[in-house]
Design a binder for this molecule. Sequence first.
Ligand SMILES: [Zn+2]
Length: 106
Amino acid sequence: MKRKMWSCMETQKHVIPFIDDQLSISDLDAFLYHMEHCPDCKEEYDVYYTLLMGMRFLESDNMSALKMDSEQKLLSAEDYLYKYKIKFIAKILCFVLLCVGMILQL
Ligand SMILES: [Zn+2]
């Protein structure tokens, strides 16, 4: 998978969808990649996350809304992406093995 390079503006547009788990895998990848390398956007994200979660907490009495802080959210997204990539590679490997198997049978 080729990594997308996002500008700061583009990344900040995706902060809310990220918090809401609405990014596609490739967007998630680009988002996390930018977060790793840009302290400005990371700070922006922290502020948004705290604000949004604070608001949601006030709106509902659902304690679980606050179970993660912004840092944990980033880490769990990275973990998710990592597992997704492993599965993706595993699928390709299976496919290749299947093809090889079919070719050998011919
Ligand atoms: Zn940035």
